[in-house]
Ligand binder design. Structure first.
Ligand code: FA5
Length: 346
């Protein structure tokens, strides 16, 4: 076959292949195999050395023509393939703006946070200030200033986690009472405060006890504060939180920092008062301790106990939330299971 025929044959084959190609990779392979340095055209042109001087420029011109033609066809094909890719992409990515959007999951405050904030609102409405305390406390404020000297047997009721013999994780929010009394200037008016926060105890965990839980301390000090003020305040709190029909029971109790002292129970949400595993067969769940501030506690803060009196209370938010929402195991609050919070949107 002459070189001229070989070039014509290569052209025919290249055009046939080109017609079938639909992707860039195969297109590139064709370019390399026909026009590349080691391609078929170069191979054919190796035969030029055997041509006569007259034939050589003719064949050279034919080879150049073929190179130009194939190069231009390859470029055209490349443009067609690229346009097809873009068209395909556009078709795939078509947006139907009428479709409903993907829902973004909204976060929700933990049920204990909601309970705390609700109680805060009730007391803010009665003119109380909200005070922050320290979770890491001194033995002095946690116990001694609460009328619990070092050897007092009632310390056993609130055994805790000690960091040093003098520094501990507070067992209750009551130390905030002493700190607030120290800071209060009675010439500006009565002291009315609540203080929410985390407390810690070496308690055995069960359905209603946790070694870490939340309390809200309340304290009112002024002239002529009486037990009836405490009762009225607790009554209002329970009615606002649970409704007028929920029963509250005050029973005499003992706290070294109040005299007299009471404990307040609310009728069990699960059995309605008949007795069950949640209320330990008593029909009641204890929610708070309270009483009239002990004169020793006032005097230790430099407050004249002949002139001033006050009441204080400490309630457990977990117990309040359990009663309110019928949650029957306190440990559920701390598992971090979002399904709990999702039930109580607020
Ligand atoms: C006290 O902690 C006193 N500081 C309360 C107080 C304040 C009395 C001011 C008088 C004046 P008590 O140990 O009873 O008291 O705890 C108060 C409340 O915290 C309980 O009624 C209960 O609701 C909650 N509580 C106590 N221990 C636990 C626990 N381990 N787990 C969950 N809640 C608890």
């Amino acid at each position: 076959m002459s070189l001229q025929e070989k070039i014509a044959e290569l052209r025919k084959l290249a055009l046939e292949k080109l017609a079938d190609i639909a992707d860039e990779k195969t297109l590139n392979e064709l370019r390399v195999s026909v026009l590349g340095k080691k391609g078929q055209l170069t191979d054919i042109l190796k035969g030029m050395k055997d041509l006569t001087n007259e034939e050589r420029p003719k064949i050279g011109a034919l080879a150049n023509e073929l190179r130009d033609e194939i190069t231009s066809l390859l470029e055209d094909k490349k443009a067609v393939i690229e346009a097809a890719i873009i068209a395909q992409k556009l078709a795939n990515e078509t947006l139907d703006v009428t479709l409903p959007g993907t829902k973004v999951a909204k976060g929700n405050r933990h049920i204990l946070t909601q309970t705390t904030e609700e109680i805060e609102d009730i007391f803010l409405g009665m003119g109380y200030q909200i005070v922050d305390g320290y979770e890491v406390e001194t033995d002095y404020y946690n116990f001694e200033r609460m009328n619990l000297p070092k050897d007092h047997p009632a310390r056993d009721m609130q055994d805790t986690f000690y960091i040093t013999p003098e520094i501990l994780l507070r067992t209750h929010t009551s130390p905030v009472q002493a700190r607030t009394m120290d800071a209060h200037d009675f010439s500006t008016g009565p002291l009315k405060m609540i203080s929410p926060g985390r407390v810690y105890r070496r308690d055995t965990d069960d359905a209603t006890h946790s070694h870490q839980f939340h309390q809200i301390e309340g304290l009112v000090i002024d002239e002529n504060i009486a037990m009836s003020d405490l009762k009225g305040t607790l009554d209002l709190l329970v009615k606002k939180m649970f409704g007028a029909d929920r029963k509250i029971r005050l029973r005499p109790s003992y706290f070294p920092f109040t005299e007299p002292s009471v404990e307040a129970d609310i009728s069990c949400f699960k059995c309605g008062g008949k007795g069950c595993n949640v209320c330990k067969l008593t029909g009641w769940i204890e929610v708070l301790g309270a009483g009239m501030v002990h004169p020793n506690v006032l005097e230790m803060a430099g407050i004249d106990s002949k002139k001033y009196s006050g009441f204080a209370f400490g309630l457990g938010q977990e117990r309040i939330a359990m009663l309110r929402y019928g949650i029957n195991d306190i440990r559920g609050f701390y598992l971090g299971d979002a399904r709990l919070s999702e039930q109580f949107i607020g």
